[in-house]
Write a protein that binds this ligand. Structure first.
Ligand SMILES: Nc1nc2c(ncn2[C@@H]2O[C@H](COP(=O)(O)OP(=O)(O)OP(=O)(O)O)[C@@H](O)[C@H]2O)c(=O)[nH]1
Ligand SMILES: [Mg+2]
Length: 299
């Protein structure tokens, strides 16, 4: 039995369900998921180790066209994941409105020269003819096509994908990472992302897209309690009162939901303090972008 190990990039348009897929593959929540596009900003690693393989999945931001600011970072980050991966999974959601954008995404994957498979995703949605239309678009590519829904059938999608990618992964003598590891994200990063997820779910229009979250303090007070102070940075002064809400009601909702999820993650009680600050147009400030980790690592 040959052993295979390598990096597998999840590539697709915004909202195609890449992060939901990542969580289904790993069996743990490592990537945040929301109904809004452009939720994932920095790549997230999720590791699946089996007796005969280790797949290091890389959840990338959705592919967008952009020439500046945060969107340019999202674009560059997704392109870099393509470059750094050994194998790609092109995620095509059946409810995607623009077939043209799907074709552009497929072109990018094909032109990378990497081995790849396609996933026709969200097949639980009642769009009966769409999977067939997408299959026809893929028919001359000669790649393996898997279909399913990470939301409603996580186990079967995981097994189909692992079986399809294994022969495409490089042959290896040993796993790349410790077999017990399932993500490389530090706990602080996971906590910051939880706050950002709750902001995305609670806030609307342009506000969530212009905010970033930093963990300012992470104090393990005891075996039973962690004290976390996080900063929610907004890009415009007038977004601050929106995030706080009347009498602090919006911030309280974000805080309560984030705290509950952090308690699940950490297995301890969490005391969470959220501060909202405005840093006008931080997305245009190279220093702040770097500070937040929104820079593409140099190869
Ligand atoms: N019906 C259905 N919805 C799904 C499925 N997978 C994901 N979704 C929903 O699609 C939306 C986007 O999911 P994400 O996993 O955040 O998508 P993404 O591709 O990571 O999005 P970006 O990070 O913004 O590029 C969320 O509302 C999910 O609940 C699926 O299999 N079926
Ligand atoms: Mg995502």
């Amino acid at each position: 039995m040959s052993y295979h190990a390598g990096f597998v990039g999840l590539i697709g348009l915004p909202n195609s369900g890449k992060s939901t897929l990542m969580n289904a593959l790993v069996g743990e929540k490592v990537s945040i998921v929301t109904a809004k596009p452009q939720t994932t900003r920095r790549r997230v690693i999720g590791i699946v180790t089996r007796e005969d393989m280790q797949a290091v999945f890389v959840d990338a931001p959705g592919l967008v066209q952009a020439k500046s600011g945060l969107n340019q970072f999202l674009r560059d980050e997704a392109h870099d994941v393509i470059t750094q991966s050994d194998v790609l999974i092109a995620v095509l959601n059946v409810d995607e409105k623009s077939l043209e954008h799907l074709d552009e995404m497929l072109k990018l994957v094909r032109e990378s020269g990497k081995p790849w498979i396609a996933l026709i995703h969200k097949t639980d949605l009642p769009l009966l003819h769409r999977p067939q239309i997408l299959r026809e678009r893929l028919s001359d590519s000669g790649v393996q096509v898997v279909q399913g829904s990470a939301m409603t059938e996580p186990d079967s999608i995981r097994e189909s994908i692992l079986a399809a990618i294994k022969p495409l992964l490089p042959v290896a003598t040993a796993p790349l990472y410790d077999q017990e590891l399932y993500t490389l994200s530090p706990t602080r990063e996971l906590c910051a992302e939880i706050v950002r997820e709750k902001c995305f779910e609670t806030l609307h229009q342009e506000v969530p897209f212009g905010l970033a979250v930093r963990i300012m303090r992470f104090d393990e007070e005891s075996d039973a309690l962690v004290k976390i102070i996080a900063e929610i940075m907004v890009a415009k002064e007038n977004h601050r009162p929106i995030v706080i809400g009347k009498g602090g009601s919006v911030l309280k909702k974000i805080g309560t939901e984030a705290r509950k999820e952090m308690e699940k993650l950490l297995g301890r009680k969490v005391y969470l303090d959220l501060n909202v600050t405005s840093k006008t147009n931080w997305q245009k400030n190279t220093g702040m972008m770097k500070d937040l980790g929104y820079v593409v690592p140099k190869a």
